[in-house]
Design a protein around this ligand. Structure first.
Ligand code: F6R
Length: 346
């Protein structure tokens, strides 16, 4: 098995996910749930993307993309409860769970269904798939990967394809294509991956990331946690200029600032980036600056997520850590399901 696991086939997973989503033809579905008719071929006021961890990041990415492109709200839910305004609203719900067995996502989906909200599920298997089959809910059955986080393209590109069938302006074909091409290119950045992983080794990364591509920073933190078992902090700016940055007044030898940047960001963000780097340096910190390539926002995001993901795998490799095993996550899922059963919350 390659130390970069499924990353070599990410571009193929992306294309396959688009095909699967088109084939599913969600607008043709009509769900009859307890005598409530739920239709999909209509206009929605917004989109809710629900999921946890490696599945939940899809919502963060699509929210970054939609921010200045569509008039509607993208609401990201990483929880088992529904905000009140959603229960009353005209929203399309995406329930994303790679395994199809994550408690929070299942509970959220069941509650949404009870409120008569239209649901589209994206999963490989599990309770979520069964629920969809039972009620004829649109289901995108994506292929399995080595672990949920390595199957990101399947979850992301299927969700995005469906949203774009409702909101044309969210993405162009050209942008989709470039964002898949960059995934192939990043695999060749072997030297960059190695040297970055060596600089991070033994330190706590403090990831400065601009808000338009905040999902890249969040995903990097999650990958560092899950693959390399390393603690990391995401410092989304400009907000982090008002808090995180003060830590540099002291010399924390175990902290490495990483500044994520891209030339597609507007001048204001470029100025903020420059100022952050200058201030960090003025306190004798040597930040690792990671310039993300790509002409379009999704390309930049996918370039960043792929590159930084590989860095986290390289770091695991250097440290002799198995990146795949995430025992505490499995343990808490088991413990929770036992406790919830005990309290008859299931
Ligand atoms: C990532 C990972 C976790 C899961 C999360 C939710 O590889 O293992 O972050 O993604 O526990 O599980 P799923 O994605 O199966 O709903």
């Amino acid at each position: 098995m390659s130390k970069y696991l499924d990353y070599h086939i990410w571009h193929e997973l992306s294309r396959r996910a688009i095909e699967l989503a088109i084939k599913t033809d969600v607008k043709n579905f009509v769900v009859n749930y307890e005598n409530r008719i739920i239709s999909y071929d209509r206009d929605f006021d917004g989109y809710v993307i629900s999921g946890m961890g490696g599945s939940g990041i899809v919502g963060d990415i699509i929210r970054d993309l939609a921010y200045d492109r569509i008039d509607k709200n993208i609401i990201v839910i990483k929880d088992f409860t529904l905000p009140r305004h959603i229960t009353k609203g005209n929203y399309l719900i995406f329930s994303i769970s790679y395994s199809g067995n994550t408690r929070e996502t299942i509970d959220f989906t069941l509650k949404a269904l009870k409120h008569g909200l239209p649901i589209i599920a994206i999963t490989t298997d599990g309770v979520l798939e069964k629920l969809c089959r039972k009620y004829n809910i649109p289901l995108i059955n994506v292929p399995k990967a080595t672990a949920p986080r390595y199957g990101l393209p399947s979850l992301l590109y299927s969700t995005l394809t469906i949203i774009s069938s409702y909101e044309k302006e969210i993405i162009s074909n050209e942008e989709i294509n470039e964002s898949i091409e960059v995934q192939k290119q990043v695999i060749n950045e072997v030297e960059l991956v190695r040297s970055a992983a060596h600089s991070i080794n033994g330190k706590i990364p403090l990831i400065y990331v601009p808000s338009p591509i905040a999902s890249v920073g969040l995903r990097f933190k999650n990958d560092l946690n899950e693959n390399a078992k390393v603690a990391a902090i995401v410092a989304v700016f400009p907000e982090s200029e008002h808090n995180d940055i003060t830590i540099h007044m002291l010399k924390h030898d175990n902290v490495i600032p990483i500044v994520v940047t891209s030339s597609i960001l507007n001048t204001e963000y470029q100025i903020h980036t420059e100022c952050i780097i200058n201030v960090i340096r003025s306190y004798n910190y040597d930040p690792l600056v990671v310039e993300l390539k790509g002409k379009y926002k999704l390309s930049v995001i996918m370039y960043g997520i792929t590159l930084l993901g590989l860095i986290s795998l390289e770091l695991a490799y250097i440290r002799g850590i198995n990146p795949i095993v995430i025992e505490p996550i499995d343990r808490i899922k088991n413990e929770l399901s036992k406790k919830l059963e005990q309290f008859h919350i299931c």
